[in-house]
Design a binder for this molecule. Structure first.
Ligand code: AMP
Length: 440
C-alpha cells in the first residue's frame, strides 16, 4: 500500500502541468517566461480549489511555491471581470507579516500577471505613505499589505475594502509570532463577510487553527510538508564549536570558493552587525538585514545579495522571513534558534524549488538544549561534522538543561556552565586542524 501511494505522488509530480490545472493562456505564457515547467505540489493541490472559489487552509513552508499557489488563481479570477483605470476596486487583498515578503509577493503578481491588465500595489510601514496613497488613487485590483500600514490607511479612508472578493492571510504563524493577531482581528471586522479566504501557514499550532476557524468557511485543507519536516533536498550539519571559536569557524568555512553566496543567521540585530564587521574586516563582502535598518537599506542589501555584489547576507529571523533568493545553496546558522520551528524556516531558505541546499549550524554549549528541541521536532538527528578544525574543548552533552530565558525569539542567553559536561553522543576531536571541506 505504501509503495503504491508513493508511486502515485511521484507520478503526479512528474506529469502534472499548469495546463492540466486549467490555468488560463496569458498566465501560462507568463509562467513559461519565469521558467516554471511543472507546478509544485502545493500549487498542484491548491490551484484547482482556489479556481473553483473555495476557501483554503494550506500548511506549507516558504520555498514550496506557495506564493504562486495563491497568486495564479487570484489573477485568473480577477482577469475574468476586469475594470479599467481608476474605476478599479481592490478585489483581492493579501496580508503578509513583513515588508520584504510583501514586496516579493507584489513582484510575483506582476510577473505571473505580465500578460493581463490587472494592477497590484504593495503597502508597508516604515516609509512615507504618499507614494503608496497615490498608487491606490490610480486604481488597483490587488493589494499586498503588511497589517499596520493597511489599518492606518483604512482608518484614514484611503483604502476601501467593500468590493473585496478574495482575502489571503499569508504566513499566519509568523503573523502571530510578530504580535499581529489584534491587527488581523480588526481587519476581519472591516472586510466583507461574503468572500473567498485563503489561509497559509508553515506550522499549525492550536492558536493558528483557532484563527483559521474565524476566517475560513468549510475550507479544503492542503498540506505539502508536515509541520516538522525539513526540506528533503537540504543537507544539514551540526558543528559543535565553542562560542569564542564561531568567528574562526565561519571564516574557515567561507574559505571554500564553492560557497559563492551564503545566508548567515544570528538571533540578534547586534549579533548580525558583529558578524558583518568580522567578515568585512576579512575582505568578505557582507551586509546585514534586520529590523533596525531602514527599509531602503534592507532592500539594498537584499538586491546586492541577489545580484552577488555581496557574498554574505547576515540576517535575523524576522528580517529574513520574506527573503526569497532563487538558487541559494548555503545557509549558515551562526546561532541556533531557540524556537525549533524557526530552524525549519531558516533552512527552508535553501533547497528551494527542488534545488540542492546545505544548512550548517554552529552549536555551542548553551545552545545544545535548543538543538535537542529541533531534533525532536524534525524527528531526525542532524549529522555532526566531526572533522572541522575547531572542535569543542569539552565534549557536548546532549542532555544539558535548557538555558534560562528560553522563551521568545532573539533574546541573548545567559551562559550555562552546567552544559559543560564531558559525555555526549558526538565526540569532540583533538584540534587536528583537518580541513572541513577536505572531508566532504
Ligand atoms: P515561495 O514558496 O512562494 O516563496 O516560492 C519559492 C521559490 O520557488 C520562488 O523563488 C519561486 O520563484 C519558485 N517557484 C515557485 N513555483 C515554481 C514552479 N512551479 N517551478 C519552479 N520554480 C517555482
Amino acid at each position: 500500500m505504501k509503495a503504491k501511494s508513493t508511486f502515485i505522488v511521484a507520478f503526479d509530480i512528474e506529469f502534472m502541468t499548469f495546463e492540466d490545472l486549467e490555468v488560463s493562456a496569458p498566465i501560462l505564457s507568463a509562467l513559461k517566461k519565469e521558467g516554471y515547467t511543472h507546478p509544485t505540489p502545493i500549487q498542484e493541490k491548491s490551484i484547482p480549489i482556489v479556481i473553483k472559489g473555495g476557501d483554503l487552509l494550506a500548511c506549507a513552508q516558504t520555498g514550496t511555491g506557495k506564493t504562486a499557489a495563491f497568486s495564479i488563481p487570484i489573477l485568473q479570477r480577477l482577469a475574468a471581470t476586469n475594470l479599467q483605470g481608476n474605476k478599479r476596486k481592490i478585489r483581492a487583498l493579501i496580508v503578509t507579516p513583513t515588508r520584504e515578503l510583501a514586496i516579493q509577493i507584489g513582484e510575483s503578481l506582476t510577473a505571473y500577471g505580465a500578460d493581463l491588465s490587472l494592477r497590484n500595489t504593495v503597502i508597508f510601514g516604515g516609509v512615507s505613505q504618499v507614494a503608496q496613497v497615490n498608487r491606490l488613487k490610480n486604481g488597483i485590483d490587488i493589494l499586498v499589505a503588511t497589517p499596520g500600514r493597511l489599518l492606518d490607511l483604512i482608518a484614514q479612508g484611503e483604502i476601501s475594502l467593500q468590493h473585496l472578493e478574495v482575502f489571503v492571510l499569508d504566513e499566519a504563524d509568523r503573523m502571530l509570532d510578530m504580535g499581529f493577531i489584534h491587527d488581523v482581528k480588526k481587519l476581519l471586522k472591516v472586510i466583507p463577510e461574503k468572500r473567498q479566504s485563503l489561509f497559509f501557514s508553515a506550522t499549525m499550532p492550536p492558536a493558528i487553527v483557532e484563527l483559521a476557524g474565524t476566517i475560513l468557511k468549510n475550507p479544503d485543507k492542503v498540506e505539502v510538508t508536515p509541520v516538522s519536516s525539513t526540506a528533503e533536498k537540504i543537507d544539514q550539519e551540526i558543528f559543535f564549536v565553542d562560542k569564542q571559536n564561531k568567528n574562526a569557524l565561519l571564516l574557515h568555512i567561507l574559505e571554500d570558493p564553492k560557497i559563492e553566496t551564503a545566508l548567515v543567521f544570528t538571533r540578534t540585530k547586534h549579533g548580525a552587525d558583529k558578524v558583518v564587521k568580522l567578515l568585512v574586516k576579512h575582505q568578505i563582502k557582507a551586509e546585514a538585514i534586520h529590523g533596525n535598518k531602514a527599509q531602503n537599506a534592507r532592500q539594498r542589501a537584499l538586491t546586492n545579495f541577489k545580484n552577488k555584489t555581496i557574498r554574505v547576507l547576515v540576517a535575523t529571523d524576522i528580517a529574513a522571513r520574506g527573503i526569497d533568493v532563487d538558487a541559494l545553496a548555503y545557509v549558515i546558522n551562526f546561532e541556533i534558534p531557540n524556537i525549533p520551528e524557526t530552524y525549519v524556516h531558516r533552512i527552508g531558505r535553501t533547497g528551494r524549488a527542488g534545488l540542492d541546499g546545505m544548512a550548517m549550524s554552529f552549536c555551542d554549549h548553551e545552545e545544545i538544549a535548543y538543538l535537542r528541541d529541533i531534533e525532536k521536532l524534525i524527528k531526525l538527528q542532524i549529522p555532526r561534522n566531526t572533522t572541522h578544525p575547531f572542535p569543542m574543548e569539552v565534549a557536548p552533552k546532549m542532555d544539558a538543561p535548557a538555558p534560562k530565558k528560553a522563551q521568545g525569539s532573539g533574546g541573548q542567553r545567559k551562559p550555562n556552565p552546567a552544559a559543560n559536561g564531558s559525555k555526549g553522543n558526538a565526540q569532540a576531536k583533538p584540534k587536528n586542524k583537518r580541513r572541513f571541506f577536505a572531508a566532504k
